[in-house]
Design a binder for this molecule. Structure first.
Ligand SMILES: NC(=O)c1ccc[n+]([C@@H]2O[C@H](COP(=O)([O-])OP(=O)(O)OC[C@H]3O[C@@H](n4cnc5c(N)ncnc54)[C@H](OP(=O)(O)O)[C@@H]3O)[C@@H](O)[C@H]2O)c1
Length: 296
């Protein structure tokens, strides 16, 4: 049985969303750790730091997520997203615990014309994506019973994200130029947290030796560009800010981005019996959550 759950990245978007939901799953005992308790930039210390905890499942919500900065901080991104992930997987295996690791749509090159299957070829186009892919590969080597959930375009009431940036800029400016030729699916971190917890409810037994790593894709339902996403935020919030569609070439950034990062979610829905909300519906929920936060 899975009872004790250790969650890393407690101050991140997903980590905080998991904390928000924890009390709705009283069958589990949660422990949340942040960088102070477990610094993933030091892979050589991961095993020792984790020896202070007892857990049946380890959910890794921590990551180096600064996509552009990763181009100049390759070693750090690699330590956190690759080498430490390998250590987490090894410790999980040694403890006979289930590892649930979060990965990214950026493992794909974005050249597809239809949603990516979990079995599609991977080929990252930037350093961040490369470090996350190496993390996935380290899990395959160390912990064959692990689960990897790839997600995309994460936003929430917490931390920094596209929704909060648009809300700020929309108040300050009369118009904004937003990239319209990168297409994907936004993910409300609360919906992802629910999916993870529902998956845990389904997997009641300890991982079995000899299993192979299972990869799932999760985002909200529907497809949009960053331009569509920004328009929806302003429409729902009735913010009077014009949005102009621009091409990727007009918004130069250090890291290359995939043009198409929509992922097929069939297997996670079937495996754990979950239904996934449409992206605009979840965006409305998050915007309401932000309103409540500000009203406090
Ligand atoms: N955000 C996205 O759009 C997106 C898209 C696809 C996939 N993902 C994946 O989804 C997962 C969750 O992302 P998120 O949006 O919740 O990320 P986030 O908000 O950036 O949170 C990342 C967390 O990792 C922690 N962290 C960073 N460096 C660390 C270190 N050296 N040691 C320990 N902890 C460290 C951060 O700690 P501090 O709070 O102390 O900085 C933070 O709590 C990640 O695996 C990410 O790669 C995210």
């Amino acid at each position: 049985m899975i009872k004790r759950i250790l969650v890393t990245g407690k101050f991140g978007q997903l980590g905080q969303s998991m904390q928000k939901l924890a009390q709705e799953y009283p069958q589990f005992d949660f422990q949340f750790v942040g960088r102070d308790e477990l610094d993933l930039s030091q892979p050589e210390l991961v095993k020792q730091k984790l020896s202070h905890y007892q857990f049946d499942a380890l959910i890794n919500c921590a990551a180096y997520t600064a996509v552009d900065k990763a181009e100049t901080e390759q070693e750090l991104a690699d330590a956190i997203n690759h080498h430490s992930v390998g250590q987490l997987a090894q410790v999980a295996k040694d403890n006979n615990a289930l590892l649930i690791h979060i990965s990214t749509d950026y493992v794909f090159d974005g050249q597809n014309y239809k949603p990516y299957q979990t079995s599609d070829a991977v080929k990252p186009v930037n350093t961040y994506g490369d470090s996350k892919l190496k993390g996935e590969q380290a899990i395959h080597t160390a912990s064959p019973s692990a689960l990897i959930i790839r997600t995309s375009w994460v936003y929430s009431e917490f931390g920094h994200n596209f929704v909060k940036t648009m809300l700020k800029l929309g108040q300050e400016r009369e118009q904004l130029n937003i990239v319209a030729d990168q297409v994907g699916s936004p993910t409300y971190a609360t919906d992802l947290a629910v999916a993870i917890l529902e998956a845990l409810c389904c997997i009641s037994n300890q991982p079995e030796e000899g299993d192979s790593v299972k990869i799932y894709h999760f985002s909200n339902e529907g497809i949009c560009s960053w331009y569509d996403f920004a328009k929806a935020i302003f429409e729902l919030k009735e913010i009077d800010c014009a949005v102009n569609p621009i091409g990727t070439q007009d918004y130069p950034a250090p890291a290359k981005r995939p043009h198409y990062s929509v992922m097929d979610k069939t297997n996670i829905k079937q495996a754990f019996g979950i239904s996934i909300p449409y992206w605009k519906d979840s965006l409305a929920v998050c915007l309401k959550g932000l309103e409540k936060q500000h009203a406090k």
